[in-house]
Design a protein around this ligand. Structure first.
Ligand code: F6P
Length: 406
């Protein structure tokens, strides 16, 4: 077993807070072990640039405390506090062209790497796994994404910070919503998964949370259900409401809608006015309802990484290097039951690839998840599949009674 190793590291796919904390921990621990770390810029594109002589090896070598600050701040290890990725990232899709694939593989070989740490989400995992197979790489993958939808890990780096960001945004919006007695519709990221919306919606005091797992698309029933729910809130003296909608929820026509919050805000306004004038007494509370939409967008991928994300980033980094030290390759580092573990890529990739082919989210919110039950138990409207104002009593409590301490 070779004791001195040469490790490559790259970030791939959409960025998120905590990437730099992973890189920083990898460099620190590897250096302590006497290993070398090479940072591959812009995902796998860095390999191509290296092969084409656009980068030299010394430029790629990473050193602890290598990011000089002026004056007394020199030596300050700022990397763990910064979001983004110092290496840059790439989310270009599959390198289908054969020449591109060949160049990437040549880059790994030219750098004489013993192993590569790839930091990515499901999409990157899929692509880099194929490259690793073709190039016979020793790969370890660290999961990251604010969507928290990498399969087989309970947490991905970036999710916790994004959850805090969305929670804070909901808190902030509460006061303008209350001042104008408005219905605020907030669009939250999570391409196909509702984890971020569900968690932040609960923490941020949302009244309604629509996620693709429970509300795949808006329907007439969803709109009527929400209007009924809002009418009831108003009767209970809450004149404003916060509605969280995950970007993966489709419109009335079952199509993806990049402005789904705006669409929902307009539809709700229209429907509430219509019900108010024709629907009878129980809708009178909806009189002159006003709605506004906010798209939180890429702010959700920014911000100082939370302490949990920095810890997760760090333990994932250490685990990845330990695996490499044991020459235990082709693993996904995961977070499970409060601890760091790893899974064989060989075992998990067929399922992940199948999900991609079928355009199915590999780790959606489980409708039986405790967080779903928690939201329901608070009386949060989760769409027509869970809340039927026409047939049940408000507040919705049946599931709450099933929650035990066992
Ligand atoms: O997958 C992470 C994510 O932030 C999604 O939540 C979002 O839909 C997407 O990336 C946006 O990506 P882009 O960087 O292409 O705008």
């Amino acid at each position: 077993m070779k004791t001195k190793k040469r490790i490559g590291i790259l970030t791939s796919g959409g960025d998120c807070p905590g990437l730099n904390a992973i890189i920083r921990a990898v460099v620190k621990y590897a250096t302590l072990r006497g290993w070398e770390v090479y940072g591959i810029p812009r995902g796998t594109d860095g390999f191509i640039d290296f092969v084409h002589g656009k980068l030299n090896i010394e430029e790629l070598k990473l050193h602890p405390h290598g990011y000089d600050l002026p004056g007394v701040l020199q030596g300050l290890d700022v990397l763990q506090f910064m979001s983004g990725s110092v290496l840059g990232s790439l989310s270009r899709g599959n390198p289908q062209e054969d020449q591109v694939t060949q160049d990437i593989i040549k880059g790994y070989e030219a750098l004489e790497l013993d192993a590569l740490i790839a930091i990515g989400g499901d999409g990157s995992l899929d692509i880099i796994y194929d490259l690793a197979k073709k190039g016979n790489w020793n790969l370890v993958v660290i999961p990251k994404t604010i969507d928290n939808d990498v399969a087989f890990t309970e947490r991905s780096v970036g999710f916790d910070t994004a959850r805090n960001t969305v929670t804070q945004a909901l808190y902030d919006l509460t006061f303008t919503a209350a001042s104008h007695e408005r219905i605020m519709v907030v669009q939250v990221m999570g391409r196909d998964a509702g984890h971020l919306s569900l968690h932040a919606g609960i923490a941020g005091g949302a009244d309604c949370i629509l996620i693709p797992e429970l509300t795949p698309q808006l329907t007439e029933d969803t709109l009527v259900g929400m209007c009924e729910y809002i009418a009831q809130l108003r009767k209970d003296r809450r004149k404003f409401a916060l509605i969280v909608i995950a970007e993966g929820v489709k419109g009335l026509n079952a199509e993806k809608d990049p402005y789904i919050a705006e669409t929902l805000a307009d539809l709700l306004k229209e429907k509430s006015h219509q019900l108010c004038s024709t629907g009878g007494d129980r809708y009178c509370g909806l009189n002159q309802i006003d709605t506004r939409a906010t798209v939180l967008g890429h702010l959700q991928r920014c911000g100082v990484p939370s302490s949990f994300d920095r810890i997760l980033a760090t333990v994932f980094a250490i685990k990845a290097l330990d695996l490499i030290g044991e020459e235990c390759y082709n693993r996904l580092v995961i977070w499970q039951n409060g601890s760091v573990e790893s899974k064989s890529l060989e075992q998990i990739m067929p399922m992940i690839k199948w999900c991609h082919q079928e355009k199915t989210c590999p780790a959606p919110v489980d409708p039986e998840d405790f967080m779903v039950r928690t939201a329901l138990s608070l009386g949060i409207y989760l769409g027509e599949s869970h809340y039927h104002p026409h047939t049940s009593n408000y507040p919705y409590t049946p599931l709450a009674s099933t929650i035990t301490n066992e």
